[in-house]
Design a protein around this ligand. Structure first.
Ligand SMILES: C[S@@+](CC[C@H](N)C(=O)[O-])C[C@H]1O[C@@H](n2cnc3c(N)ncnc32)[C@H](O)[C@@H]1O
Length: 298
């Protein structure tokens, strides 16, 4: 892929109100938190939540000393900051295809309900591999194209695409479902070792969610998660970066000199009021405490 990949820009979308709040998705939210609680370590230094959105699940990462929320939408991050504050959090509006971080500065990363918006998976995986330290944990959730519903629709001839084919399917513009083997191949190529695969969200049916209490449905989901069967609509991968090519780096503490870099010039930054300036003079805005690395200031 030579062209710049397209970005699914949430901007000031009403994703929070239209998809989550009062929209009958307590079960999906509950089971995702269940899995995160199982996979997250007891403690950690710095985690990046890639595609954090409005910070729906950010409070699950409390065991890390610092959490960096990265999203393309400045507005979603501004909302997250209003809810979470600044203590232990850093807010970065940027494109995950071009992340403004120095190499190896995170010992943890998550990407939940996000990679389905990426048409160039190898490119974003390469970025993630670069910003993680050796032995870092990466929890990746992806939408599984070979799920039970798609398999039944395939038998009935109502799918329009093959759930067994390895290539990603773009079922709506910039919304992709992935084959489990394809995704494992992608993470392997970056040097991630798979520790666990957890199939999640087996009961995404409006009828079941209406008739069975969320707690009971989530317990059943928990049982199916243990099977490791890759036919659920959502799959979590528990990964560790095993590549030996990076030198062990000190994760540092100063956001300007130790963590961030200018995504255009690659140099470190200095801050002047609400502007971050690279050594080569590229200027980036900071709005309500959110760094904006999407487009430089004039
Ligand atoms: C479905 S939302 C998920 C938000 C959050 N992870 C959650 O589970 O509630 C997808 C998020 O990915 C972000 N996103 C999509 N493409 C991106 C890109 N290229 N760089 C950074 N963020 C991106 C969107 O702005 C949006 O907030």
């Amino acid at each position: 892929m030579t062209q710049q990949p397209r970005i699914c820009d949430y901007g000031d979308s009403t994703y929070r109100q239209d998809f989550w709040e009062g929209q009958g998705r307590e079960y999906e939210d509950r089971v995702e938190r269940q899995v995160l609680a199982q996979l997250l370590p007891e403690s950690g230094k710095r985690l990046i939540e890639i595609g954090a959105g409005f910070g729906r699940i950010t409070n699950e990462y409390h065991m890390y000393e610092q959490v960096v929320l990265l999203d393309y939408s400045l507005e979603q991050l501004q909302y997250a900051r209003q809810q979470l504050g600044d203590d232990g959090y850093l807010y970065i509006a940027a494109d995950a295809y071009n992340m403004p971080f120095q190499s190896g500065v995170f010992d943890g990363a998550t990407m939940i309900r996000v990679i389905h918006h990426f048409e160039n998976v190898p490119a974003v995986m390469g970025q993630i591999g670069d910003i993680l330290a050796p032995q870092a944990k990466f929890i990746l959730e992806f939408a599984n194209k070979r799920n039970l519903k798609a398999m039944i629709r395939q038998v009935l001839g109502r799918n329009g695409w093959d759930p067994y084919a390895q290539d990603p399917v773009e079922f709506v513009e910039l919304n992709f479902n992935f084959h489990p083997d394809y995704m494992q191949e992608q993470v392997n190529q970056i040097g991630f070792e798979l520790h666990q695969l957890i199939p999640v969200s087996w009961f995404r049916s409006a009828f079941l969610k209406r008739t069975i209490p969320t707690g009971i449905l989530s317990s059943f989901d928990g049982m199916l998660q243990k099977t490791g069967l890759t036919y659920s609509p959502s799959i979590f991968l528990d990964l560790e970066l095993t590549t030996q090519s990076q030198d062990q780096v000190d994760l540092g503490t100063n956001e300007l000199t130790d963590i961030l870099k200018c995504p255009q010039s690659g140099t470190t930054l200095q801050r002047d009021a609400d502007v971050a300036i690279s050594e080569s003079g590229v200027r980036w805005g900071i709005y309500d405490g959110v760094y904006d690395f999407r487009n430089p200031l004039d």
